[in-house]
Each structure stands twice: as C-alpha cells, then as structure tokens.
Design a protein around this ligand. Structure first.
Ligand SMILES: C[S@@+](CC[C@H](N)C(=O)[O-])C[C@H]1O[C@@H](n2cnc3c(N)ncnc32)[C@H](O)[C@@H]1O
Length: 305
C-alpha cells in the first residue's frame, strides 16, 4: 500500500487532541518550566502547553512512531518548529535519557495520552484500522519488533488465546486462536487485516450484547501485545515519580479499562503522589460530538509530593 493511498498526509496530521482544555488546566497549575509530552503524536497537546510557558520553557516530546519524528524534523528544517520543543524517537519509558540529552534533570509535568492517533489509524500500511485492508502489522514503530502477523506465527494457540482474552477481554478468544492456528497449519496463515477480520467474524457471534465490531477487542489485544503497551505503562508508572519534581504533575489519558486500572492504582498506591482527580475526568458531550474518538477517554491527574 502506498503512502499516498492513506488519507493522512505526513505533513498535515489529522489527529484532534483529546480533552485539550483539561490537559492544559492540569499542567498550568504547576507553572511548568519543563514538560515531558510522552506521547507527542500530532503535537496538539504540546502546542497548547507551549502557550503556558515563557521563552525559557521547554517541552520534550517522545513518540515511538518514526513518522512522528520525521514530521518534526521536516518542520524544524522548514523553520516551522518552536525552538522550545525537542522531539525524540522512542518510548516514554526512556524519558530520563531524553531529559539528559537536553541537559535537564527533572520535569515539572509529564503528559501521557495513551493509544494511537487518528493519523496512525488512517494509514492503511499500519494495519490499525480493521475497516481497511492492509498488512496486519499494528506496531507503533514499524522498524522494531515483529508485526502482529508474525507475532501470531511465533506464539502457541494458548498464548494467542490468553493475549486476546487478557488484553482484549474477548470472551471468544479460544475460538479465535484455534482458527488462526488452523489456517496456519493449512498453509493459509493470517497475514492481512481482512483475513484477521474474517477470523473474528467467524468466531465472534453477533448477539444482542455485541454492539461493537467483532474484531474490535481482538485488534486492541494484538496491538497491546505487539507493542508491550501495558508493560511499558506499568514500568513507567513505577518510576516516573523519580523524573518529576515535587509540586509537579502527572497527567494520563487512557482509553480502556486495562490502562485506566493501572493508572488509578499507581497514583493511589504510591505515596509520592497525591491524587488530584478522585474520579477520572471525562470529555464533555460537546467534545464527544465533535471528536467521537474522545468518547472513551478518562483523564487522571496526580501531584508529586
Ligand atoms: C493519542 S496519540 C497522542 C496525540 C497527541 N497527544 C496530540 O495531541 O497530538 C498517541 C501517540 O502515542 C504514541 N505512543 C504509543 N505508545 C508510546 C510509547 N510507549 N512511547 C512513546 N509514544 C508512544 C503513538 O505512536 C501515538 O503517536
């Protein structure tokens, strides 16, 4: 699939930032001088947060997607990037390295807007959207690790079923894994989005309690597994209090219960954090109407003691 077939142009991201006012308000409280935007994406949150800072402020953007850092490099070369912004290719788990590279010790705020961007969803070569066919890849960084199709080829039926159950909460995970393995044994291994969607359609009955697409949970699960999303989030939550100054804030937007549970417990159970949002903030009805992608967002904030 050629890049020009994607509806997203690399120079013009289409992603609309989720809960922008809430993020800015949470970060503004600590009058930040250094912010880590751990999931830079289209840079929407960063652009708004730059407005909070004076000429000496800095934002460190991190993203695992090489398309994001390439877009930022192009903006820098065209003189269209704010000099207070530095974007690094890599996981937010590596924020301390990025701080060091910028000669900074700690940040005042860290923002994580988890999951994938609309630009990644729109790029058919990535396999994130089950509405369009393409290779079953699902990696945030296509230059590292293995695509989801190979991930399945390297794991047993039980391991595939467990991942789909654990990361997708899909009740029909065993049936799906059995069908994946059956096809592989017959020399018709699942390699494309359309083939995986077909497996899900055959294995997930459309009952009255199934108001979502039969492939939704499975694609979420494969994406989480291939990118080790929960492992990275868990390790980061365990360590990020060391990267943030006292008085600083951690702001996390999650999009499903597995992530939100980790965030809630990490903020509540670590004595270095004071929970600012007892209940997660949710997007307004008006935001959900203009940006339906925001509908499952939950935003939690904790203050570093
Ligand atoms: C929802 S988008 C962020 C959008 C951004 N906040 C904005 O307003 O434009 C999530 C981004 O996080 C990136 N991402 C996912 N996991 C990551 C990780 N562990 N480290 C860094 N970036 C990650 C994805 O590649 C994607 O670009």
């Amino acid at each position: 699939m050629h890049a020009e077939e994607s509806s997203a142009s690399p120079s013009e991201p289409c992603h609309v930032s989720v809960m922008p006012d809430e993020v800015v308000q949470a970060v503004a409280e600590c009058q930040p001088k250094v912010i880590i935007d751990g999931t830079f994406g289209a840079g929407g949150h960063s652009r708004l947060m730059l407005e909070l800072m004076d000429a000496n402020g800095s934002i460190i953007g991190m993203d695992r997607d090489p398309a994001v850092s390439a877009r930022q490099e192009a903006a820098e070369q065209a003189g269209q990037s704010d000099p207070r912004l530095s974007v690094f290719l890599g996981s937010y788990e590596q924020s301390p390295k990025a701080l060091e590279a910028c000669d900074l010790e700690k940040a005042c705020a860290m923002v994580l807007d988890l999951g994938l961007s609309s630009d990644q969803l729109a790029d058919r070569s990535r396999g994130f959207s089950f509405q369009h066919d393409g290779p079953l890849d699902l990696r945030f960084d296509p230059e590292r690790g293995v695509p989801a199709s190979q991930w399945m080829a390297r794991h047993s039926e039980k391991e595939i079923a467990d991942a789909i159950y654990q990361f997708g909460e899909e009740r029909f995970s065993r049936r799906i894994a059995r069908e994946v393995i059956r096809r592989a044994r017959e020399g018709k291994a699942v390699k494309t989005v359309a083939e995986m969607v077909d497996v899900c359609r055959r294995c997930v009955p459309r009952g009255k309690n199934h108001d979502i697409h039969p492939a939704t949970r499975t694609f979420q699960a494969l994406r989480i597994a291939v990118n080790d999303e929960l492992g990275i989030l868990q390790r980061t939550l365990a360590h990020c209090a060391d990267w943030i100054r006292p008085g600083g804030v951690l702001v996390v937007i999650s999009f499903h219960s597995l992530e939100d549970r980790l965030v809630k417990h990490a903020m509540r159970d670590d004595q270095r954090w004071e929970v600012v949002t007892r209940k997660p903030l949710r997007p307004t009805d008006a935001e959900i109407e203009t940006n339906p992608r925001s509908r499952s967002a939950k935003l939690r904030v904790a203050k570093r003691l």
